[in-house]
Write a protein that binds this ligand. Sequence first.
Ligand code: ADP
Length: 177
Amino acid sequence: MQVQINEAVLEIVEGDITQQDTEAIVNAANNELRVGGGVDGAINRAGGPAIQAEARQIGYCPTGQAVITTGGNLKAKYVIHTVGPIYRGGTSGEADLLASCYRESLKLASARSIKSLAFPSISTGVYGYPVAQAARIALRTTADYLEEHPEIRLVRFVLFGQQAYEVYAKELEKIGG
Ligand code: ADP
């Protein structure tokens, strides 16, 4: 499912982010940029040790911020690592931090002239963010950014499993499916 935002495409697919052919894929990293489980583990396994070696050089990423490494053996040339908030009930600034993850990742893409990127559903695994709320923030923040940044042509959300896909589909419909 996709929507057009000016010249850009915002789309959602069900699948595995490690297999995407966008110029960059985004990783749901941790503050220390150490290989973890979930999507982080999958990206590092598929991309090989070069990604972790570069991430260790960078060393740290605050929650809500993003850093970039090359993509190692992945089809994607770059991996943008962003650190989502751990969900603690929703009253600890989680929504702003999650929106910031998407915005800062997109800003890094713009700065590197990256025209296509794929996101996983940040914070909705081990970090416990409720998927419907996270989907709304992810899609709205991205749609707002694309309105103002025609340099990015494609943003794809890659949802792991049909359940997450359906939640995102419901939110994308509200944006203008
Ligand atoms: P976080 O710590 O930010 O919650 P997780 O990696 O635990 O990060 O989960 C983030 C989301 O990524 C979850 O919705 C999970 O289902 C999803 N995920 C896990 N593996 C993959 C993959 N290979 N491709 C896309 N999404 C994935």
